[in-house]
Write a protein that binds this ligand. Structure first.
Ligand code: GTP
Length: 302
């Protein structure tokens, strides 16, 4: 059977219901973290499976802060992952309609939307009468040429299965992007990696090796409620390894402690964090697909 996989960017104003919809589609386990994903720079909201399709929901942090008219490059940068997603789903709140924020988003879509599959999901339909809904749908479709329009209630689940099926069928054919056993804790893995990267950045300042990345390789739940987290810090050259380790390992020890403390606070539980450093010279090529999506952790010195 043919598998499909790809990235779906859920966009919309704050409160549009992006987390609620992700939870509907992904399932309960991820929901605890997805609300917090926004507080970090990690960009995966969650991964859902539908038939033979793997749907990776990505986030667009900082996208819709009020701002003046943007030029194309700025729009593309601000849109980050969304600009490269296979499918974009714009979520609108039915009872709020076309706000200034929505207008700004539509303007952004004009810039980056060409040739992309962009669907409209009017959410919170439980809050309005059907006449209002139809008028809003008409208005929005006149403003932008959406490939599909869905009327949903992310909270109550109405229309969500239909939307998910549509997404699954529209994704490009190809192998799954993440192994099945990693899906549930993927956002946590990414958050944990991002925290460590941030601590490294704080500690190393200008010394920070160019192009360094952190990956969470293993996330193991323990019976006592704690978790063991193994991370690898990848650098490009041998010399960089020494910088990350520091004199007698003092740098990595300090980073590990700071990262563990933050992670424990974030997760509200005990974490055993293990860091290792490895040289991976061809890392740039491997990460290409991911960096396009904004899924890697940006180069150390940016
Ligand atoms: N009535 C109703 N409320 C909803 C629906 N979907 C989401 N909500 C509520 O809207 C609020 C915002 O939902 P979120 O899912 O947190 O919105 P979000 O877009 O992820 O928000 P940010 O993370 O701030 O960008 C929550 O209180 C939800 O319970 C819906 O279908 N109907």
């Amino acid at each position: 059977m043919t598998t499909r996989a790809g990235f779906v960017a859920l966009i919309g104003e704050p409160n549009a219901g992006k987390s609620t919809l992700t939870n509907q589609m992904v399932g309960a386990k991820v929901s605890i973290v997805t609300h917090k994903v926004q507080t970090t720079r990690a960009r995966i909201r969650g991964v859902a499976l539908q038939g033979e399709s793997q749907i990776v929901f990505v986030d667009t942090p900082g996208l819709f802060r009020p701002r003046r008219r943007l030029d194309r490059a700025m729009v593309a940068a601000a849109w980050g992952g969304a600009a490269d997603a296979d499918i974009i789903v714009l979520m609108i709140e039915a009872h709020r309609g076309v706000t200034k924020g929505v207008e700004a988003i539509l303007e952004g879509l004009e810039e980056i939307g060409k040739g992309r599959k962009i669907a409209l999901a009017i959410n919170k339909i439980d809050r309005v009468k059907s006449e209002v809904l139809l008028a809003l749908s008409k208005d929005l479709n006149e403003r932008y040429d959406f490939v599909e329009t869905f009327m949903i209630s992310a909270e109550k689940g109405h229309g969500c299965a239909h939307l998910k099926e549509w997404i699954a069928g529209e994704l490009p054919e190809g192998p799954w992007l993440y192994p099945e056993d990693q899906i549930a804790d993927l956002p946590m893995r990414m958050i944990a990696a991002e925290i460590t990267r941030e601590k490294l950045t704080l500690r190393l300042h200008q010394e920070l090796p160019y192009q360094m990345t952190v990956e969470t390789e293993q996330w193991e739940e323990r019976k006592d409620g704690s978790a063991r987290v193994d991370q690898m810090i990848y650098v490009m050259r041998d010399g960089h390894k020494g910088i990350v380790l520091g004199n007698k390992g003092e740098t990595i020890k300090a980073v590990s402690k700071a990262a563990r403390e933050e992670l424990e606070e974030f997760m509200g539980r005990r974490i055993h964090l293990f860091l290792q450093v490895k040289v991976r010279p061809n890392w740039l090529e491997e990460k290409e697909r991911y960096s396009e999506m904004g899924l890697d952790f940006r180069d150390g010195n940016t």
